[in-house]
Ligand binder design. Structure first.
Ligand code: ADP
Length: 481
């Protein structure tokens, strides 16, 4: 990997300001070629304890800094990330596979959370409330929760980290990050830049190792007061159960099964563009990717035809090559899930319009796929596919569309396309999801609250609400005496 700043390719863990290695390692592979590109430590309970102790001992001095000082340090980190955007994007594409343009975009998106929370750090206000008894005074203040942990997935190796670390540090918390084992290099590079920005030793610790082992230890640990996790619903459940004995606060950003509803009155070409962006970004490997396309009867055939043409034109290739729009899937397990969903849908009577098989490039490259007339009970309509496969279902009226959209235990994102203002609000309010895209397929930014309802999770990331996840509300009652 050719980098302008080779220091960014760290293959050790950041604990208490030191870069530490271990005897056991985890190999990091380029999913496009299968080649090993690096080895990172496989840390265990001892190193985790050391990181927790470091985060714990530095927490009082970190929270005692003025919000303005914490803000300036975060701002500097943000600036360094943007200065190194190109190198970071190359590291990300090498370990994750996404096209370089998407990787550059993710670095800017990831950095935007640090910029945002650097600003929010200065706006953590309390209240003075009217008192019920003469002479009394009632005040509230917000204080950092303490030592926090973040466990993050491989699909957004930078943004899922900064969305958690930036509000935590802004609030005055210290943090341990356990990145996904498939994509630790981007995380470690962010750690290097945090150090260069002057964030004190122990405030941000990045530790690689087995998710199962570290997750259980972090959940059980009593010093850690909060875990913020992004990943599968199943793992979220395990973390929640593991956190019960210590009554730990949790933010969980879990799986989704986003409906994408196109009504007969929609702008069809805008709907096709939105569908393409929502479904095929990151090769379909995002938790807000449209997973069930619900299309009105009247426009179904026209939509399917236009969508098929757009999907067939997508360029599959290596992330580092210009014009690539679809990179490889993360691993063979991902390919197997995609294949199983397609086979199940076809066995139940769905029509395969385009794609449907592995790509000629081999490995984990998969051809973008469109299925139509997909039965409602097909696996692809019940589970998160996490791959470049779009499944179309027909609906007859608005009530049916809403009923189908809500037929899932998930509730993360939903998308609707319509030009009718009354319908927009009726449907958006009826849909059980934390976020609704209206005439757009892209909804994520640092200004808006990101998060789900039902079994898609707890809490919100980004926005003016994001920092509250790392703060406790304290109430002071001043007596009349
Ligand atoms: P994904 O489908 O995104 O890989 P996972 O939930 O398996 O979803 O993984 C997301 C993150 O959770 C990764 O950092 C992974 O190492 C970690 N992880 C995996 N298993 C567990 C577990 N049992 N407890 C805590 N974290 C886990």
């Amino acid at each position: 990997m050719q980098l302008n700043n080779p220091l960014l390719l760290r293959q050790s863990c950041l604990i208490n300001g030191q870069w530490l290695s271990s005897a056991q390692t985890i190999a990091v592979h380029n999913p496009a070629t299968g080649q090993m590109i690096a080895q990172v430590p496989k840390m265990g309970a001892m190193e985790l304890e050391a990181a927790i102790a470091a985060a714990h001992s530095v927490q009082p001095s970190w929270r005692a800094l003025s919000a303005k000082t914490r803000s300036q340090l975060l701002r500097r980190w943000y600036e360094l990330i943007m200065l190194n955007q190109e190198d970071l994007a190359h590291i990300m594409t090498a370990e994750q596979g996404k096209p370089l343009t998407e990787a550059r975009g993710e670095i800017a998106y990831a950095a935007s959370f640090i910029e945002w929370f650097a600003e929010e750090a200065k706006r953590v206000y309390g209240d003075i409330m009217p008192h019920p008894q003469a002479g009394q005074r009632i005040l509230t203040l917000k204080q950092p929760i303490g030592v926090c942990a973040a466990i993050t997935p491989w699909n957004f190796p930078a943004a899922m980290i900064t969305r958690k670390v930036a509000p935590a540090l802004a609030a005055g918390c210290t943090m341990l990050v356990k990145p996904a084992s498939q994509t630790p290099l981007t995380a470690l590079a962010l750690g290097e830049l945090a150090q260069q920005a002057g964030i004190p030793a122990g405030v941000l610790n990045i530790i690689t190792g087995s998710g199962r082992e570290m997750g259980a230890l972090l959940a059980a640990n009593e010093t850690i007061r909060k875990i913020s996790f992004t990943g599968s619903t199943e793992t979220g459940r395990e973390l929640m159960a593991g956190s019960a004995p210590s009554i730990k606060k949790l933010s969980l950003e879990l799986g989704g099964n986003a409906p994408f509803i196109v009504f007969a009155d929609a702008d069809l070409s805008a709907a096709v563009d939105g569908a393409l962006a929502s479904k095929f970004r990151n090769a379909g490997q995002t938790c807000v990717c449209a997973n069930r396309f619900l299309i009105a009867d009247e426009i179904y055939d026209e939509f399917a035809q236009q969508f098929a043409a757009a999907i067939s034109a997508l360029k599959v290739g290596y992330g580092h090559e210009d014009h690539t729009q679809i990179g490889p899937l993360i691993d063979t397990q991902a390919i197997h899930k995609v294949e199983a969903h397609i086979a199940d849908a076809v066995a139940r009577g769905a029509k395969l319009v385009c794609g449907g098989q592995r790509h000629a490039l081999g490995g984990t490259f998969f051809t973008p796929t469109l299925l139509t007339e997909v039965p409602r009970d097909a696996l692809i309509n019940c589970e998160e596919t996490f791959g470049p496969v779009a499944a179309l279902v027909r609906f007859h009226d608005e009530d049916e569309a809403i009923r189908l959209a809500n037929q899932t235990e998930y509730g993360l994102a939903a998308y609707i396309y319509t030009r009718d203002l009354n319908r927009t609000f009726r449907v958006a309010e009826a849909i059980e999801a934390g976020m609704v895209g209206i005439n757009t397929g892209l909804i994520s930014n640092e200004v808006a609250p990101f998060g789900g309802i039902k079994q898609s999770g707890l809490g919100r990331e980004g926005s003016k609400y994001g920092i509250d996840e790392y703060l406790e509300l304290k109430y002071l009652c001043v007596g009349a005496a």
